[in-house]
Design a protein around this ligand. Structure first.
Ligand code: PAF
Length: 279
């Protein structure tokens, strides 16, 4: 496995190589990321090249968010990636990727990017799309893998690739959970042991929302119930919603549903989602 810190080195190493399967990350890797890398490895085939980027992207953090506190664990990440079958790690520093303030940005449409995560994190998806577009230009992958844990992000990226006619196949990776059902996330590292137990309430409530709605409870009633569940347990929920899988719009009868939630437990904001089928 090769580690590249400059755009020129990464490009030179991939010149003429195909197929290229790419997993963009911000590092601080866990099993969930490694599953995406293994998926990329399988998609690229034995002769393909698997590239993983590690870059904590300032553009997608609001000033009050955890950019400075986000763990930088390059050495450990590289050891895990080598094990998972990665061929190239692209780990630029900020001055390499943003040598001047990034004035050109990729702004996704408001209907998809200013709801849910985008509503609570204004500008988040512009930051994500801008860095992902830039990484796509550098790596020029044929395949890219994004986790379904960031459900809305996966959808925003799929739409960007389709609308910009980028010749990249986007694959969604299933969310990995621990034995109790907690979705793996870099942010779980901020939780105390006690909070890890409490954190199970998020996925449990999303699952219950799908069941309640399938059993006949109205949408608004189900969402209000879920918000109350979390609040009563001391969380500060941002949203707990049922949306249609297709475009995250308000579902009609028969639409395939996804329950999505975001909530703060102490100082840590967790997100999760579970796909289901509505009544
Ligand atoms: O999902 C992430 O870790 C980030 O949003 C991504 C896609 C690597 C862009 O910085």
């Amino acid at each position: 496995m090769l580690i590249h810190h400059t755009i020129a080195a990464q490009r030179a190493a991939l010149r003429g190589r195909a197929p290229i399967a790419f997993v963009p990350t911000m590092g601080n890797l866990h099993e969930g990321h490694l599953a995406l890398v293994r998926q990329a490895r399988a998609a690229a085939g034995p002769d393909g090249q698997v590239v993983c980027s590690i870059f904590v992207n300032r553009l997608q953090f609001a000033p009050h968010e955890d950019f400075d506190r986000y763990p930088r664990t390059l050495e450990r990440d590289c050891a895990l990636l080598r094990e998972a079958g990665c061929d190239h790690v692209f780990a630029p520093d900020e001055a390499e990727l943003y040598p001047e303030p990034q004035g050109y940005k990729v702004q996704p449409p408001s209907a998809l990017a200013d709801i849910l995560e985008g509503h609570f994190r204004p500008g988040f998806f512009t930051g994500v799309c801008t860095v992902v577009a830039k990484l796509f230009h550098i790596v020029q992958p044929h395949i890219a893998v994004f986790g379904k844990k960031d459900y809305q992000q996966l959808m925003v990226i799929r739409r960007m690739v389709a609308q910009m006619a980028l010749p990249i196949e986007i694959l969604g990776g299933e969310t990995l959970r621990n034995a109790q059902g907690l979705a793996l996330s870099s942010r779980n590292g901020y939780l105390s042991d006690e909070q890890r137990e409490q954190a199970l309430l998020l996925s449990r409530t999303l699952r219950d929302m799908l069941q309640r709605h399938a059993a006949g409870a109205a949408l608004e009633e189900t969402e209000a119930w879920a918000m109350a569940q979390l609040s009563a347990a001391g969380w500060a929920p941002d949203y707990m919603v049922l949306r249609r899988q297709h475009d995250l719009g308000t579902p009609a009868a028969g639409d395939a549903l996804v329950a999505l939630g975001a909530a703060k437990l102490g100082n840590t904001r967790l997100i999760d989602n579970i796909e289901g089928r509505g009544a």
